[in-house]
Design a protein around this ligand. Structure first.
Ligand code: ZN
Ligand code: MN
Length: 456
């Protein structure tokens, strides 16, 4: 029988503002000593009044605009009540009926994935349990840190597409400079709502929490798909419940039966007035997808390569190369592709000036240089602050290196035999001979690698 998987994602991202969501405490949960970035507002002490963090709201409006979403014209806050030791106030200030961001979409390789909404709230503290399980510790430095909760439509029908969405969201957060969104640090945390059915009507959904890596997003969804399919094929019903991903054992386990929003008794936050938000027209922000599509137009047609270039943040350098050079020399169209490839094995390539990039790529094609030679020239040009044109001649000489090496090998048969018998010093002797024959102009690292190859 054919079972259809449907997944919606809920993703929490900690915003990297200077201060917390509703007080002046530093937003620095990773470096400060435990429970030092706290104040009466964080603790919810009587009489302490929260104050809205403008920077956090601006980050979220930027996010909303980049995703072509509707951005709210005023902020509205609600209390979400629940008891847990990491929540000092006994409630979380969140947004229930009026999220800051409504709808919006993320496009990945031409496919659109839709947001239901994204709202701002505050994070809880962090609990740590002693390994002997006799006691627990709590650190409230994270309590009150701005947290963006992004809720998608149930647009995913494979585990891999949900994983790719989470990775894309991380790229977007980074490019908007909102958050590094590292999953291993908990700056980004994923939950998946997963259901299985045979018809277009969705099955009972199960929420899976505590998914702490991209790999786990894929594994948890795939696991649930298989588990739910088995239950349904046995003629049983799926429980509407919350499960947790157990990474070491690669399975989901029941956490609790799902609470409804009524359990949280949301009510308007009385301490925070409604603030009106006027969003100006923002300068168009280039999304990772726009950059990938642009690279393809410039000749980087390998989508995997285009993705790597964007992820490593090399897009702007390639754009510069294209605009300053390729537009004027259309016959050199392949330069962008060559530059993309070169940056992969030698990231320092991107630090060269446009002129040096062009010179290096042209010389390297002309002389058929090996990657090692190209890397060596880049390193040397940067280290000695010289242009590629100044550095290149000594390496051009190195083209005859193969010949020189063969000459040295036949002239020093005894040293070669010693080396093959395990005498390391003979290798250095042979390197010295090659260097002498090239009058020291060859790159010693290249000589070592080439000689090693020739001796094998
Ligand atoms: Zn505080
Ligand atoms: Mn939340």
């Amino acid at each position: 029988m054919n079972w259809k998987l449907t997944v919606g994602m809920e993703i929490h991202v900690e915003l990297e503002t200077k201060t917390k969501m509703f007080c002046g405490c530093p937003n620095d949960p990773f470096h400060a000593a435990p429970n030092t970035n706290v104040c009466p507002v964080c603790y919810g002490l009587p009489g302490a009044l929260p104050l809205l963090n403008k920077e956090a709201v601006m980050m979220v409006t930027r996010f909303g605009q980049a995703l072509k979403a509707e951005v709210a014209t005023e902020s509205f806050w609600a209390r979400k009540n629940y008891f847990y030791p990491d929540l000092p106030k006994g409630y979380q200030i969140s947004q229930s009926t009026q999220p800051l961001v409504v709808r919006g979409q993320v496009t990945i390789d031409g496919v659109d994935y839709h947001l239901h909404h994204a709202h701002l709230e505050e994070d809880a503290g962090k609990l740590m349990h002693a390994s002997d399980k006799t006691h627990s510790f709590v650190n409230y430095n994270r309590a009150g840190v701005p947290l963006l909760e992004i809720v998608t439509e149930p647009d995913f029908h494979s585990a891999s597409s949900a994983k790719r969405f989470c990775q894309e969201l991380q790229r977007i957060m980074r490019s908007l400079k909102i958050s590094a969104a590292d999953m291993e640090k908990g700056l980004m945390r994923c939950e998946a709502n997963i259901s299985v059915s045979q018809t277009d009507e969705k099955g009972t959904k199960v929420e899976v929490k505590n998914i702490n890596s991209f790999r786990a997003v894929e594994k948890a969804i795939q696991y649930e798909f298989e588990r739910q399919t088995k239950v349904l094929e046995a003629g049983e019903m799926i429980e509407h419940e919350t499960r947790t991903w157990n990474d070491p054992e690669s399975k989901t386990v029941v956490m609790r039966t799902k609470e409804t929003s009524a359990d949280y008794r949301y009510f308007p936050e009385p301490d925070l007035p409604t603030v009106s938000i006027s969003v100006g027209r923002s300068a168009a922000h280039a999304m990772p997808e726009d950059q990938r599509q642009q690279l393809i137009l410039w000749g980087v047609t390998d989508t995997e390569l285009a993705r790597t270039i964007v992820d490593r943040g090399y897009f702007d350098e390639l754009k510069e190369l294209y605009h300053i050079y390729v537009i004027k020399h259309p016959q050199e169209k392949k330069l962008v592709l060559a530059a993309a490839h070169t940056s992969l094995f030698e990231p320092k390539f991107m630090a060269l000036s446009v002129e040096d990039k062009v010179a290096l790529l042209q010389l390297s094609t002309e002389h058929g240089w090996a990657k090692e030679t190209v890397a060596a020239i880049i390193q040397k040009a940067l280290a000695e602050k010289k242009s590629v044109a100044e550095i290149a001649p000594e390496f051009i000489h190195g083209e005859d290196l193969g010949e020189v090496i063969q000459e040295v090998i036949s002239a020093h048969a005894a040293a070669v035999a010693d080396f093959k018998a395990g005498k390391e010093a003979s290798f250095n002797f042979l390197v010295g001979q090659v260097m002498a024959k090239t009058q020291g102009r060859a790159n010693i690292n290249t000589v070592r690698t080439e000689l090693q190859k020739a001796l094998q």
